[in-house]
Every structure is written in structure tokens, then in C-alpha cells.
Ligand binder design. Sequence first.
Ligand code: SF4
Length: 237
Amino acid sequence: MSRVTPEETDTQRRRRARRIVETLARLYPEAECELEHRDPFQLLVATILSAQTTDRAVNRVTPALFARWPDAEALAAADPAEVEPLIASIGLYRNKARAIVGAARRLVDRHGGRVPRDRKALEELPGVGRKTASVVLSSAFGEPALAVDTHVQRLARRLGLSQGRDPRRIEDDLTAMLPPECWGFASHALIWHGRRVCDARAPRCGECALAALCPSAGSAAPRTRPARSARARSARG
Ligand code: SF4
């Protein structure tokens, strides 16, 4: 549930957004991408693998993956069937094996084996959409880009910074309110806060440092079905 206070002007919302990011900067000064990587290639591969799974699950499989295929040239020469067993513990692993090998081949064919510092070129790689491109641009190259994942979507709505339903609208709302130099940090910090405090099912508003800035404080938990009464339970056994 999100509530945007109707009386808040755009200027006031922009100021509040900046105070939210300042507060997050005090809470999580070290907020960064939690996918383990040593270079842009490894970050690209790890981010492709992270679709619909946790960073922790990806971090469990990438050490062996990168030990065997450390760069684009090596992975481009692999057969996706060889890659599958190493990533079989994460969801959609067959598609992801094809995607990362396909991306490596395209890097070799079109970009000299290097990850391009360019959104359009990144989004032409197999398995790469806008969010993955934003992660790579921001975390590997320090470019201004704000990746919108499920945590950012949820927090932007609860914090009343966007009423958008789709990631692109939310990205546009957030980037319109924040200076480009903090887009990358804002994305990571919102993700960290979503993982640690503003949980999807059980947000801990009582201990949240953003509560005074959040129109959903105390009312963000999703509705759950009311518990059946004792009489109803006994009647149905
Ligand atoms: S006050 Fe509650 S809903 Fe708002 S950001 Fe904090 S935990 Fe999330």
C-alpha cells in the first residue's frame, strides 16, 4: 500500500526524497551491489544470473563459474550444456546458461571481449534488460543509472515517491527527484533497506529510520486474511 499525501507539492516531495537518501546514506554508507564480482564482465554475468533469484544464491555459484570461465573469451567458447550443472541451483538455469554464453559470444564478436559502457549496446546482449544494464553502468562504470528491482518498486511506492506500477515509470519518477550523482547509491540503499527493514510482508516501521519521512509508516503491511474464529475452526474440524 502506498499513500502520497495529496497536499504535498512536487518541490516538497523532491526535498523529502533527498532527505530520504541522506538518511539512507547515514544508515548504509557502504551500500553497494551485493553480487560478488571482480570486473565488469563478472558483474554482467552475475546480474544476468540474478533475475528472479537472490544475490546470495548467485554468490554461491559464481566462484566456481568464474574459476572455470574467467572472462568473455573463455565463456564464449563454452557449450551452455557445460555451464548448466554449475548454476543448476538457481532458477531458470537453462535459459540463464544460454544467456550468459550468448552474451559472452556477442562481447567477443562485437566489443573485443569487453563490456561496453553504453546502455544501448548492453541492452542488445542476450539476457540483458534495462535493470541489468543500469546495474552494470552504475556499479562497474560509475555512470548515473538507477536500477529498479522489486525492492525499489516497493519502497518507492510505500515512501510515496512514485505511484508507478511499472519499473520504467518508477525510475523516471525517482531520477526526476534526485541528482544524477546519487542515482546508483539510491538504488542500492533502497534495496538494502528493503532487505533489512522494509520487508515486503512484514515492514518493521517501528524501528525504521525513515518513518518520519514515510506516508505509509505503520500501515504498509499487506492485508492478510482474518484468522478464522474458534467456532468456525471447530465447526470445520
Ligand atoms: S516506515 Fe515502514 S513502510 Fe515506510 S519505509 Fe519504513 S518500514 Fe517501510
